[in-house]
Design a protein around this ligand. Sequence first.
Ligand code: GLC
Length: 415
Amino acid sequence: MNTTSLIALCCIAALLVTGCSSPESGDIQIVFAAGNDPSGATEALVDEYNAAHPGVRVKFQAMPANTDTQHDAYVTYLSARESTIDLYSLDVIWTAEFARAGWIVPLPEGHIRADEFLGGPLESVTYEGTFYAVPWFTDAGVLYYRKDLLEEAGVPVPETWTDFRRACREVAEPRGMDGFVWQGARYEGLVCDFLEFLWSVGGTLDETTVVERPKEAERGVIEALGLMISFTESGISPNGVLTYKEEDSRRLFTEGQSLFLRNWPYVWSITEGEGSKINGLAGIAPLPHVEGQTSYSTIGGWNVALSTYSKHPDEALDFLRFITGERSMKKRAIEGGYLPTLASTYEDADVLAANPHFASFSEVFQNTRNRPRSPHYPRMSDIIQENVHRALTHEIEPGVAAADMVRELAEIMAE
Ligand code: GLC
């Protein structure tokens, strides 16, 4: 287990020690574990719920935002059938794994009103035809760019990688800035970025191609790796990108040190926030692609599920309904920039007034794709992470990485 997973486990361990005593004796305590929300909206919602529900006390257990850290901590925790955490916020890629392991329970009939949710997020909470969680917020990879600098140089927002490189050369290089920062560390975020690069060159790792036409799948992987390597080799991306996660890359962008950034929608409210050096200067666009191809964004996002081991499932479900309800989604969208999963929220005047950029996101959301949805996803992710990262750090040739990746994925897919 790595250091960050250890920190996450420590969060849980601390909870086990302190979390059992509630301030009012006799109160039922519900623990909700989710990634830290820097906007404070989630905590405020929890306080609001507690004030309106005497006898119940919900505790928000903020976890380190990194998805792998949370995953490893939860897996260790749930394998031991620990019951202190009642509700988990789960990455969209974990539903199948957690449902199959029996760690989360199917939601009661009628808990989810399917027609109210966006289709992609709803699919992500479904395993073998049953709903196991409620979609909470959705994500898709976005290209952030410095509107001011492109405009000043008379350079249009690039749609192809060729134009993108030119923009980096003409606008970033003379200013001594980085051209492009993204998530290149060996973790789940790299899988998201890699798939976007892969799709943008016309490649795919879908099951039919991997199993039936492995050579074709390999060709796409080699081209995508070539594209990624070209960024670091040409200096468009700093070498440090190979250790960056979301926040490392985000910081460089909001500090004004990079022309382009690939990241998730949450970055927008930070870009426009008080600590940002580029307030009012950024724009959002779909990611570029190779001439003749289309770009796709990886779908991300988080859901909320009820633990099989919860000792208070009824109270936990009531809070689950609140935290994934319209009021909560609106507040988190307005204050934290989180993209709601309830369709109606996108027509809400307050949400749109606070997030005029949601209109630009709708262009990005037109072309999105999922990572593989499988109970074996963690192994698949690991294979992709390892081979991509080793190729980027020149430990192995892209051809070798591609062949190994496709062969190992095919083995899992054939199981
Ligand atoms: C974001 C996405 C999540 C993805 C993760 C990768 O949190 O919502 O789906 O797995 O980033 O770092």
